[in-house]
Design a protein around this ligand. Structure first.
Ligand code: PNS
Length: 172
């Protein structure tokens, strides 16, 4: 099975890495696909930065490749020859939106199946937004994001080697 794991990944958390790791064991090839959504107002990281960070934290997983995409997910999946979309499910609160997305994608392309992987309990509360908020407020995120990503977040927040897409408004 060739599968695609799409998301915003701004930035990837340990929950994302857990899903990638587990999905890579049941797929021959897994493409982690970063949505290039220029309409999003205040990303912390550019799409290129997200791709680079994911490439770094997935370096030990030989059947995982990282790409960015724009447009419809099912079109990108078909272009790559993927026949499955992987999504993580944290709690019931995810269910409604995920079902809607899965059924939309199924309508758009009946050949592509959506498979849900349940998030490990220890990561079930995590989201990129929560991790960013805690980091910006100076909290400890060491149990929430991979260490190379924590380093990049701190650089961004402290104005180090920043350079996110949004230059005005927020500081990252
Ligand atoms: O990490 P996210 O933000 O929950 O990921 C959402 C994502 C990227 C999977 C979703 O927005 C997406 O697939 N966007 C591409 C546009 C698309 O295909 N839309 C129709 C299906 S909802």
């Amino acid at each position: 099975m060739i599968a695609i794991y799409p998301g915003s990944f701004d930035p990837a958390t340990l929950g994302h890495l857990d899903i990638i790791t587990r999905a890579s064991k049941i797929t021959s090839r897994l493409i982690v696909a970063v949505l290039n959504n220029s309409a999003k107002k205040h990303p912390m990281f550019t799409v290129d930065e997200r791709v680079r960070m994911l490439t770094e934290i997935c370096g030990h997983l030989p059947n995982v490749q990282i790409e960015s995409f724009s447009g419809l997910l099912v079109d990108f999946a078909e272009h790559l020859g993927a026949n499955a979309v992987i999504r993580g499910l944290r709690a019931m609160t995810d269910f409604e939106a995920e079902m809607q997305m899965a059924q939309t994608n199924k309508t758009l392309n009946p050949n592509i199946e959506t498979l849900f992987i349940s998030t490990q309990a220890e990561y079930s509360f995590l989201s990129s937004s929560i991790v960013k908020e805690i980091a910006v407020l100076g909290g400890d995120i060491s149990s929430m994001a991979p260490s190379p990503i924590i380093k990049k977040m701190h650089q961004k927040i402290n104005g180090g080697t920043g350079g996110g897409e949004e230059k005005h408004g927020r500081t990252y």
